[in-house]
Design a binder for this molecule. Structure first.
Ligand code: IFM
Length: 462
């Protein structure tokens, strides 16, 4: 799933993490396509193991940018047309691509219950990814917490602490919370497959009870930084960074998406400022519901209050330049419940990215596949509150005023289902098939949907 699909030559066709934004749409429509593309990763697992070993780590590390053979192909530098200078490209530190792969494996399994896939490929990916993170987490004996140092989060502006740009960041909140989640899912895979025939899978992987217990321990003790006002901090010491004069920069330059280039041309660096290219902390609200995230942070021993979510969105949105097309999608998503009007506005801007080529000529180098798919997914999963977790399909719609109704059909666990959702009612119909009944939870009320049957319910959404 190259970042620009097969539509153009940007990034020379390389694969990043953008499938994280594409697979959720596809899982519910063409799950066999997700399966095939997850095998792109599985087939490169031997190289990912070598990538990890080359940095002295255990398990597997998938590259930030890859092509045919799975080696790391991220360039070492990029050219700043504003200054005429080459800038170091440290983005190979975006090891979080590993976490996206774990997330994608688990989401695919949640939608399809494809045990054969989990047995033959998915579990091995989850185990080797878990091993990588546990291996690089450093134990702080004073706080009895684990730190993950030297990484980059999804925000590509922040590649290191001031004065230590090439060194990456310590304790990126998105990374550490995702690591905790991924360790729990690696354990779940073992438990889920307990009653199935897995051949010699666990022996081949050398997985022991002690290793699974250690994952559990690390997964509960990772350090997550918070700002003094209680909001999630993008990374450790983020609060020491300076505020940027956003209005002054907008007045001087107009479009400031690539603030990193602007500041370098001024012989400054974006690392000094609380400035993001795209969503980073807010990715957590994109991937997890408020309930799930609260549970994740509580499992880590933090008394997270979901009431802080709107203030967290405000904080980071005000400090984001949207230099990536993925940014508006995520912000539209996370605002869907707190500010429906702003969410719709960002949705239309995200939709425009390729239709109107709003990044000034980049569309001719290939459409932004992640942003396009994720924009459609805002309709499919975000405004409908559709989730697939704990062996159930959840719905909790919150349509923007601009939408009277949504009609679509999806595939879920062998069923083909049609949905009709308005501001007041939901109707879900399962076409006749041989698929077993599934659980559908509408606004927290549990229903059993059988093949050929229909559920209708009032919605409690505002
Ligand atoms: O993967 C993205 C990244 O998050 C932002 N820069 C472009 C990449 C390819 O789409």
């Amino acid at each position: 799933m190259p970042a620009r699909g097969l539509h153009g030559e940007a990034y020379r066709g390389r694969v990043f993490w953008d499938e994280l934004f594409v697979f959720p749409l596809q899982n519910l429509r063409m799950p066999e396509l997700t399966r095939a593309l997850l095998l792109y990763r599985y087939r490169r697992l031997p190289q990912a193991r070598r990538n990890a070993a080359a940095m002295g780590a255990a398990g597997a590390l998938f590259p930030w940018q890859s092509g045919s053979d799975g080696r790391e192909e991220t360039p070492e530098a990029f050219y700043n047309v504003r200054s005429g200078r080459w800038m170091a490209d440290n983005s190979r530190r975006q090891y979080h691509v590993n976490l996206a792969i774990a997330y994608n494996v688990w989401q695919y399994f949640q939608v399809t219950a494809d045990v054969d896939f989990l047995t033959a490929y998915g579990a091995e990916l989850l185990v080797e990814i878990a091993r990588f993170w546990v291996g690089i987490a450093e134990h702080d004996t004073v706080r009895d917490r684990y730190h993950v140092r030297g990484v980059m989060g999804p925000d590509e502006f922040q590649d290191g602490h001031p004065g230590r740009a090439a060194g990456g960041l310590d304790d990126n909140a998105y990374v550490n919370v995702m690591v905790s989640w991924a360790l729990a899912r690696a354990r779940d895979a073992y438990d889920v497959l307990g009653g199935h025939h897995t051949g010699d899978l666990w022996e081949r992987l050398g997985l022991t009870d002690a290793e699974r217990d250690h994952w559990d321990h690390v997964g509960r003790r990772l350090y997550v930084p918070f700002l003094p006002n209680g909001l999630l901090s993008q990374f450790d010491r983020y609060d020491d960074l300076e505020e940027l004069e956003w209005d002054a920069y907008r007045a001087r330059y107009g479009e400031i998406g690539r603030l990193d280039l602007i500041l370098e041309a001024e012989r400054d660096t974006v690392n000094r400022y609380k400035a993001s290219k795209q969503a980073d902390v807010l990715m957590l609200f994109y991937l997890f519901s408020a309930d799930e995230l609260t549970a994740l942070l509580r499992r880590l021993g933090y008394d997270f209050d979901p009431a802080t979510i709107p203030a967290t969105i405000d904080h980071y949105l005000a400090r984001t330049s949207h230099g990536s097309t993925l940014s508006r999608v995520v912000h539209s998503w996370v605002l869907a419940r707190a500010d429906r009007r702003a969410s719709w506005h960002l949705f239309t801007e995200a939709l425009d990215a390729d239709l109107s080529d709003t990044q000034g000529g980049t569309t001719r180098e290939g459409i932004h596949l992640g942003a396009m798919a994720a924009t459609a997914d805002i309709l499919q999963r975000c405004y409908t509150g559709l989730e697939t977790r704990h062996d159930a399909l959840w719905l909790h719609p919150c349509l923007p005023d601009a939408l009277d109704a949504l009609d679509f059909d999806l595939r879920y666990r062998g069923h083909r289902m049609t949905f009709h959702i308005t501001h007041e009612r939901i109707s879900v119909h399962a076409m006749p098939s041989a698929a077993p009944p599934v659980t559908v939870i509408i606004d927290d009320r549990r229903h059993v949907l059988r093949s050929g049957a229909r559920i209708t319910a009032d919605t409690t959404a505002p």
